[in-house]
Design a binder for this molecule. Structure first.
Ligand SMILES: Nc1ncnc2c1ncn2[C@@H]1O[C@H](COP(=O)(O)OP(=O)(O)OP(=O)(O)O)[C@@H](O)[C@H]1O
Ligand SMILES: O=P(O)(O)OC[C@H]1O[C@H](OP(=O)(O)OP(=O)(O)O)[C@H](O)[C@@H]1O
Length: 210
């Protein structure tokens, strides 16, 4: 049985479709009224754990799950010791620095940056040699510059709707993001055949638009 950490929410819905198309279906997972967190299809040799997206890497790094699907943003932010086996080309978005239109940086002051991704933001500004003050938030990041809590934000942009509706714009792009298929290094060594088969089956479905 391969244990898969599956992210709940927007990414999970897309990811389950590609797993299903790759032959790892588990129809019980689609029952939205269920509060179950573990789903298994013994015939397909797969067991799914439904976890918060930002926890996927924890389950995989610690071996509680053999494999998982996680946004590249979380891999960059938390740098877990896992193997990144595939770019699934799903959940595409961009990590960006955003702020009010026409924002002009005063380089004599420390820049206040609100974000859910302090490591990514720090690294980005370090490369530019810019001193910043990170304000760590857990959501609704776009509120920060509106309320004067920060000058700019470092956040994910997909359609751009949230920015537009809050009178903000992309000031620069930090890195493109997509979902990655990750594996625990010990599991990769000892369950190479099973996991290799899953990797290959997923690879065949990438970009096929399930
Ligand atoms: N518009 C988007 N906004 C945020 N993440 C997106 C978007 N589109 C794709 N993603 C990807 O989906 C992943 C999961 O995002 P999601 O917002 O569902 O979870 P989360 O931020 O970990 O959890 P929560 O919103 O419950 O705190 C992100 O890590 C990112 O890689
Ligand atoms: O470009 P868009 O398509 O508008 O998507 C981007 C928005 O989606 C994410 O927020 P999310 O919906 O996860 O809510 P959050 O504020 O609680 O993080 C992200 O943090 C942006 O706010």
């Amino acid at each position: 049985m391969i244990n898969v950490a599956l992210p709940k929410g927007r990414l999970g819905n897309q990811v389950y479709k590609i797993l299903e198309a790759a032959g790892y279906e588990c129809p019980e997972l689609l029952d939205s009224s269920s509060r179950k967190l573990v789903f298994e299809n013994a015939d397909r040799g797969v067991r799914y754990f439904c976890v918060k997206p930002t926890d996927v890497h924890v389950y995989v790094e610690r071996g509680a799950a053999d494999v998982g699907i996680v946004g590249k943003d979380d891999l960059l932010e938390y740098a877990p010791e896992v193997y990144e086996l595939l770019d699934l080309k799903l959940g595409k978005c961009r990590m960006c620095i955003c702020g009010p239109a026409g924002f002009e940086e005063d380089r004599s002051c420390t820049l206040k940056v609100a974000t859910k991704f302090p490591h990514i933001a720090r690294h980005y500004y370090e490369e530019l040699g810019r001193d910043i003050d990170i304000i760590k938030l857990h959501g609704s990041i776009e509120l920060a510059p509106i309320l004067g809590l920060s000058d700019v934000i470092c956040d994910l942009v997909e359609t751009g709707t949230t920015l537009r509706e809050n009178n903000l714009v992309v000031l620069s792009e930090v890195v493109p993001i997509s979902a990655r298929f990750i594996c625990n290094p010990v599991a990769w060594q000892f369950r190479h055949e099973e996991i290799g088969h899953m990797k290959h089956a997923l690879e065949e479905r990438i970009g096929k638009g399930e």
